[in-house]
Design a binder for this molecule. Sequence first.
Ligand code: SAM
Ligand code: SF4
Length: 335
Amino acid sequence: MIRSPEPTQLTDRFGRAVTYLRISITDRCDFRCLYCMAEDMTFLPRNQILSLEEIYTVAKAFSELGVKKIRITGGEPLVRKGALELLQQLGSIESLHELVLTTNGSQLETMAMPLKQAGIKRINISLDTLDPDKFKAITRTGDLRQVLRGIQAATSAGFERIKINAVILKDRNHLEVNDLVQFAVDQGIDVSFIEEMPLGVVDQHNRSESFYPSDLIRADLAENFSLLASTEKTGGPSNYFKVAGTQTRVGFISPHSANFCSTCNRVRLTVEGRLLLCLGNDHSVDLKHILRTHPNDMLALKQAIIAAMRIKPEKHEFNIHEQPVILRHMNMTGG
Ligand code: SAM
Ligand code: SF4
C-alpha cells in the first residue's frame, strides 16, 4: 500500500494552523477552586486516563505534525507521579520550541529547580488573591503561604518567564487587581487576568453574578498603573500591556468580552485521551481508543489527528448567564 506523505502542519477548515497542544495529565488536584470544580468531585479511575507513555506518544505525534508548543496542565500536573520524568522526556523532543507548564504552585517549593533542569522555560502559576482567608475561600483547600514559597522558589530557579494567572470574580477578588499587579512588579514577573468560563456545574457561586469583565479590570488598574499597549503575543489567547517603567506585562484573557477564536492555534488532549478541538465545544476524537486498539501504530494516530482538524469549530459560544452547556470541568481539559 502506498501511504500518503505526511503534512508538516495541521490546518483546520478556517485556515488556522494548529501549532499548540495543551495536555491535561491528571484530573486530580490538591485544591478545589470554586470556579473550576465542585466541592465533592469524583475523579477518574486510573485505567480511564492516559498513561504517561501514551501521553508522550501523542505529544511526539503532534510534534512530528508541526506542533511547536506544548503546555502541561491539569488538574494539578505536579501531583501526578512521574510528571517530572514525562517533562524531561518531552523536553528532549528537538522540534518542540516551547515546553511550558501551568500549576497552582503548591509543589513548586521543592519542584521548581528540577522543573527548570528538565527544560521548562516558562511557567504559569495560578494566584487569585494575596489574602490568606480569601485564598482559602476560593481554593477551599489551598494554603497561600505554601504557594508564595513556591513562587519564591520559581523566581530563584531562573525561569525565562513566570506569569501569575488570576481568575477575577466580582465581590470575591475584584478589588485585588492592583495588589496583584504590584506583586508581579515587585517580583519582576507577569500577570494575566482571566474572565471566568462556564465549564462544568459549580455549586458555590453564581457565575452570572460574579462575572467581572476585562475592561473593568483595566479601568481599575488605570488608577495606579500606566499600561502601554503591546503587540506581543506568546502563542496563547492573552492580550498584553506593559506596565510603564517596569519589566512586567499584564495580560487579559477575555473569552467573553474580546473573543479570540479567529486566531486560535490550539487543541487540547484531555486526561481521558480525547483530542478536544475547542474548549467551548464538545467536538472531539477519542485518541485513547486509537492508542489502545492500534498500539505502536504512529501512522494511525497521526491520521486521526490530521482528520480531526476538519471538525475544529469556528468559535466558542459561552453564555455566562445560562446553565453551562459544557458539562466538563476545567480540570479534565486543562486551562
Ligand atoms: N491546577 C493548575 C492551576 O490551577 O494552574 C492547572 C490547571 S487549571 C484548570 C488552569 C487554569 O485554568 C488556572 O489558571 C485556573 O485558574 C483556570 N480556570 C479553571 N477553571 C476556570 C474557569 N471556569 N474559567 C476560567 N479559568 C478557569
Ligand atoms: Fe485545581 Fe487548578 Fe482547578 Fe484550582 S484551577 S481546582 S488548582 S485544577
